[in-house]
Design a protein. Structure first.
Lengths: 114, 112
């Protein structure tokens, strides 16, 4: 079946630094990837949608200059949280969709900004 | 978002009971619906999906019911087991739009 690998699974960073999270589709080509953020005891909130080779489409209220998304290949998308602050601490989850595959989710990345 | 500041509703059942988890969706244009199971610290896991041209679909121990008239979706789990304990989300999508929008979620607690 379709597998999506997300790394790292957890990261702690200092306030003001940047963190990159990777999302890879291991056995299929992901034409579209999605990034979600999830706060404790809440639902997944879509941050952005990215198509390979195109600029990401951000949801309303999500700062594109703060959450940089790159989808340079059909198997890799990255989310970079720039100048991270404690309020950016959250669980970030990616999802990948291919032409013959449904939505497959990564295992998530727990980001803690101290 | 709508769920900001809200705690997840919880459904507590005994092992062996049947569980019913409900979801109200918002977009009348949505024509594809998915139920996901999320365990603590993990990503969502696909359970079952249904398209709007159906009102019922069955899987192994799970059944999804769709009522488009009232924009309501339910997930029925038969003979609930402790391993079913998790948070369950419905998600909706629409043809022509790529993204999935998640509902608020329900925590299922199964006691032995």
């Amino acid at each position: 079946g379709a597998v999506v690998s997300q790394h790292p699974s957890w990261v702690i960073c200092k306030s003001g630094t940047s963190v990159k999270i990777e999302c890879r589709s291991l056995d299929f080509q992901a034409t579209t990837m999605f990034w979600y953020r999830q706060f404790p005891k809440q639902s997944l909130m879509l941050m952005a949608t990215s198509n390979e080779g195109s600029k990401a489409t951000y949801e309303q209220g999500v700062e594109k200059d703060k959450f940089l998304i790159n989808h340079a290949s059909l198997t890799l998308s990255t989310l970079t949280v720039t100048s991270a602050h404690p309020e950016d601490s959250s669980f970030y989850i990616c999802s990948a969709k291919g032409s013959n595959y449904g939505y497959t989710f990564g295992s998530g990345t727990r980001l803690t900004v101290v | 978002g709508e769920s900001v500041g809200l705690h997840l509703p919880t459904l507590s059942v005994q092992e062996g009971d049947n569980s019913i988890i409900n979801c109200a969706y918002s977009n009348s244009a949505s024509d594809y619906f998915i139920w996901y199971k999320q365990e603590s610290g993990k990503g969502p896991q696909f359970i079952i999906d249904i398209r709007s041209n159906m009102d019922k679909r069955q899987g192994q121990r799970v059944t999804v019911l769709l009522n488009k008239t009232v924009k309501h979706l339910s997930l029925q789990i038969a003979a609930t087991q402790p391993g079913d304990s998790a948070v369950y989300f419905c998600a909706e999508g629409a043809t022509g739009f790529q993204k999935l929008v998640f509902g608020t979620g329900t925590r299922l607690l199964v006691s032995p």
